[in-house]
Design a protein. Structure first.
Length: 675
């Protein structure tokens, strides 16, 4: 049994479903008396239901004197849901050396389990009367899956571990009955659980709820050990009943793989007089050896608490040894998973806070710089390229929507609506670009004419039409710019969290400084962008005369051809015939040619301005700015040490994982020693 004791002492039951014994039984089935007889301690007894949470008891003979330690195990929340990370066992009270004090401390421990909203220490000084009659508390639980853990050490004790559950009840509210039943079912359905079911001989076995639950959980009876209690309540004249229980005890009726045991436990008078365990066992042996039909049973190992305890201890060891290969496999897997979790956590801070901070800042700035220049985190440059492509389409949609025919209300061919060249990703013009026909252009010329000679088109007409289109470029340019800024800010946020989330104060500090620098670069880039857009106002200028003349000639030919070809579709008047709008067609062609050159400039210069004046400026200035602030002043080292206080949740999790690994390694060493 040393193996089971050692594994549980190392906390192996926190990580694995170790073979265990769970004691179930109904009220008045003698379950509490059996637990007392096996453990040698008194458990709380009240009228009605007293036990309201599991009690995990581990008995160890590896001791020089009798001692008892009580702990609390919180594995579930107040709703009974399994917690993802348990706190393990929490010591409760001092080491007990007086057996008479155990019952009161067990009451205190159970009260603490039922009130998880209070500190366990609040119950250390409670009296028995206070615990029996607690003040109203809406948050106090009626029952709990969390357990009171009892570690008994006694050189005279048999090594054994078991779990005692609240007694099954029937005369209570339905919801209370169901809670107690579910608590038992959740334990005994585990395939590594041996079910120790107490069955009083005062009632037929088929009528007892505990026996039915054990049968449902273990139909083949391979995990069930039945303990028959209260043999002395059957009158001497009830020979048929006695014979039925004798047949059951001998396996002739309702057989179980591990059979039945029969115990005679102290009655209320013997308990009140405090007879010793040895004396109680002597009286039980005398009773079984002198009373029919029990004295006629051949297998005497089926009688008495001592024989039951020895049998359970040996059975539990056998089950554990059988499970060792599976246990080793689970242990290796849990060790691997726990080590991986630990590796996923950031490394703990070094003893040089200033160097640590500056190294992290350098890595952060380097990562952003690499993203801006496309060396790493390529999603930034890829996103910006998509933004610039959309910007190009938006500028393309501002192209002059010239219609080289006069306005007429009655077109014979309604399909003549657009004569743009090949579509380069733009399905339509911007809403602001309403169609401009020959009469519209003629009106622009008229509005621009002052003292020009005949046949001279005023240059103001050209300026008016060009600016009508280029003035639309500011909105898509600003949209493009702000989109890049937003994407950069999101990447910075991701990088800051990646490099500094381990240190909340440092992350907040860097975030504030970075935001200030980002806004500074934003404002400077915006000024450059506004200046660039101003270049496309006045004067209208290009030295690319070859392209300008080529484009003008091509567009004039296109407009003239369209006018000529479309004339036959119109119910034309004299002034609409070909040759009536030469000046207007030439102006359309010149404006369209200039727009093309300006368009080609702007779709390159705006992205280049955004990249150089914002993205690259920020990437190049960020580290210098952060260093200057962090290293400023005589208390720079102290400031960085304060900033490098680790996020408590991370340090706590690292500590828990390291503790778990240490305990698992101990368990592994224990298992390896068995080889």
């Amino acid at each position: 049994m040393a193996l089971d004791r050692d594994l549980r002492a190392l906390g192996a039951d926190m990580f694995f479903d170790l073979p265990s014994i769970t004691v179930i039984g109904g009220q008045s089935a003698g379950k509490s008396s059996l637990v007392e007889a096996v453990s040698g301690i008194n458990v709380p007894r009240d009228s009605g239901t007293c036990t309201r949470c599991p009690m995990e008891c581990t008995m160890s003979s590896l001791a020089e004197t009798w001692t008892c330690k009580i702990s609390l195990r919180f594995d579930y929340d107040s709703l009974g849901t399994k917690l993802p990370d348990t706190l393990g066992v929490i010591p409760f009270g001092p080491t007990i050396t007086d057996k008479r004090a155990v019952e009161l401390w067990l009451r205190r421990a159970q009260a603490a389990i039922l009130s998880p909203h209070l500190e366990p220490q609040d119950f250390w000084t409670k009296t028995e009367n206070e615990l029996r009659n607690p003040p109203p508390d809406a948050q106090r639980l009626p029952f709990s899956k969390n357990a009171v853990v009892v570690d008994l050490s006694d050189p005279k004790i048999t090594d054994l571990s078991f779990v005692d559950l609240p007694g099954l009840i029937q005369n209570e509210r339905p919801e209370v009955i169901e809670v107690v039943r579910d608590l038992a079912v959740s334990r005994i359905t585990r395939q590594n659980t041996l079910i120790l079911v107490t069955i009083p001989m005062s009632d037929d076995i088929q009528n007892q709820q505990a026996a039915r639950l054990a049968k449902d959980a273990d139909p083949a009876g391979e995990r069930t050990i039945a303990v028959l209690t209260k043999p002395d309540v059957i009158g001497a004249g009830a020979t048929g009943t006695r014979q039925t229980w004798k047949d059951t005890l001998e396996g002739a009726k309702d057989p179980l793989t591990h059979g039945y045991h029969c115990v005679r436990l102290p009655d209320d008078d013997e308990r009140s007089r405090g007879i010793s365990g040895a004396e109680s066992e002597r009286r039980a042996t005398e009773y079984f050896d002198s009373t029919l039909p029990w004295k006629a049973v051949a297998d005497r190992s089926r009688f008495g608490v001592a024989n039951l305890t020895t049998f359970l201890s040996q059975l539990l060891v056998t089950r554990i040894e059988t499970n060792l290969p599976t246990l080793r496999g689970k242990l290796e897997e849990l060790l691997r998973q726990t080590n991986e979790e630990l590796l996923e956590l950031p490394a703990p801070p070094t003893s040089e806070p200033a160097a640590e901070v500056l190294l992290r800042v350098t890595a952060f700035c380097k990562a952003f710089h690499a993203a801006v220049f496309g060396d790493d985190h390529k999603s930034l440059s890829q996103n910006n390229r998509r933004v610039y492509l959309q910007f190009k389409a938006d500028i393309r949609s501002t192209s002059p929507n010239f219609r080289p025919f006069p306005r007429h209300v009655d077109y014979v061919n309604p399909n003549i609506t657009d004569l743009e060249p090949e579509d380069i990703g733009v399905s339509s013009h911007r809403a602001e670009n309403i169609p401009i026909d020959l009469l519209d252009v003629r009106q622009v010329i008229a509005d621009s004419t002052a003292w020009e000679l005949p046949n001279h088109v005023p240059f103001d007409a050209t300026k008016t039409l060009v600016l009508r289109f280029t003035s639309q470029w500011r909105s898509p340019s600003i949209t493009c710019f702000e989109s890049v800024v937003t994407t950069s800010a999101k990447l910075l946020d991701t990088l800051m969290h990646s490099h500094f989330s381990q240190f909340t104060q440092l992350e907040t500090y860097i975030r504030i400084l970075t935001q200030i620098e980002l806004e500074k670069c934003h404002d400077q880039a915006l000024k450059t962008l506004e200046k660039l857009l101003a270049f496309e106002k006045l004067p209208l200028f290009t030295q690319n005369t070859h392209q300008y003349l080529t484009e003008s000639k091509a567009w004039l030919a296109r407009y003239t051809s369209f006018q000529t070809n479309s004339w036959k579709y119109l119910r034309a008047e004299a002034h609409t015939q070909p040759g009536a709008f030469v000046e207007e067609l030439v102006l359309m062609a010149n404006v369209r040619a200039y727009w093309q050159i300006a368009y080609q400039r702007i779709i390159d210069y705006v992205p280049l301005a955004v990249e150089h004046e914002f993205s690259q400026r920020l990437a190049n200035s960020l580290q210098e700015m952060l260093f200057a602030d962090l290293l400023q002043g005589p208390d720079a080292s102290a400031k960085m040490q304060e900033l490098l206080i680790e996020e408590p949740s991370i340090s706590t999790k690292r500590g828990l994982l390291k503790s778990r690994i240490a305990r698992l390694e101990e368990i592994k060493q224990k298992l390896d020693a068995l080889s």
